[in-house]
Design a protein around this ligand. Sequence first.
Ligand code: ADP
Length: 469
Amino acid sequence: MKVFHLSVECFPVAKVGGLADVVGALPKYQTKMGIDAKVVMPWYNKPFVNENEFEVVFDGFIHQIHHMYQVLVMKEKHNVLGYELYLVKIPGLLDRDQVYGYFDESQQFIAFQHAVLHWLSAMEIRPDVLHCHDYHTGLVPFMVEYCQDFDFLKGVKTVGTIHNGEYQGTMDWQMSNYMPRFDAWKWGLLDWNGRINPLATMIKCCHEFTAVSQGYMHELFEDAQGLQDLIRQEHRKAHGIINGIDTEVWNPMTDIMLNDHYSKENFEEGKEKNKKWLCEEYGLNPELPLFAFIGRFAGEKGADMLPDIVRRSISETEGALNILILGSGNPQIENTLKQLQEEFHVNFAMDLGYKEALSHKIYAGADFLLMPSRVEPCGLNQMYAMRYGTIPIVRYTGGLKDTVTDISSGGYGLNYTFPGTDDAVHAIKRALYLYDDKEEMQNLRKTIMNLDFSWQKSAENYVNLYRKN
Ligand code: ADP
């Protein structure tokens, strides 16, 4: 079975968040199951492209309005990721440094989808499945069926995955001029409330669609930023499949980004060394429990509550803990946290930016990982944390519901229900009690390091979906 994963992120080529981790790992596990899984993504000016060898497998053109754009499809020569990787380069559109944030983003994503289908049609490559990840590739199921130029691909099975329904890529109807020619009478499939909505189009046109956890899929039925009615209407195609983690990349015994490795047997010593390094680096006291946050400074992640959580948990416990934050995003949150760092520098440190290696060191060195999320489709951080023996403190939502059970119900993490500072600080105080019970801490760490969050099961679930009639 030939499966093409279409995505704008894939680790380690280009990563902004969890989408990259998923698209980087899932095909690897599917390949092990005998599936011919490939990844197709835009070309970026990133270290990976300069450090690896590519060959041009297609050189053609697409038209957008009055412009003709060259399309180059480049295949990575040695399958270094464990599967075939194709990068689509369009000089002037898909040849940039960053994944997101450009003024002509909608045009870029339309061009990517157009170029992929043009390449496959022109070369008469017919996949069994086109697996579209998030709204950036959400127009593909429509284009396959209703764009005359891609008649060769008509009927190919399309599966869409919603990694984050908050982002839908809506655009003005004028942007339809940038689309490849389509059956005009099918325009309604592109429309949602008077705008082109690629996520809505994906849900309407694909054969099956998934959300990245069952908990999140249930939530989408209630509230999907305006798409809940559509999702309910299309419920027969809806499935919740929890993400896994790449246990080869995320392994404290072999992780190339750690200074000190450890296993399930010697985790106490290993975690202590990693914690000591972090505390020295950030001027924190290694004798105190270390709480960490890693992520985008966005409302979904509850990042706007972080300043209050930091201030209150340090004051109310008279400085009985350390907090370390790694992330970036909303400038107001960044500035408030910077000011707090000056005020609470004994107990609080932060590092601004996207730092892959540091994130691994934090998962290894922290005692607890905070996730005060308002919305969390799946969440990978809690799974990475547990794999590294770090206890998650999570707000009970989306995928966090599916992966973290509270210790009071025989589980292995700390949960709270309401997305506010009061409950978050209360959970932190519960964690401090736990931290004082050395034996319980040790048992919990052992338990969470033994949990299986690998892709095995979920990769199989996807394949079953590909095979579904
Ligand atoms: P998102 O909604 O951001 O995709 P996920 O939990 O699905 O959230 O995935 C987040 C991924 O991004 C994890 O691999 C996490 O370690 C990583 N990450 C987030 N922010 C940073 C950062 N500032 N530096 C390094 N890694 C980060």
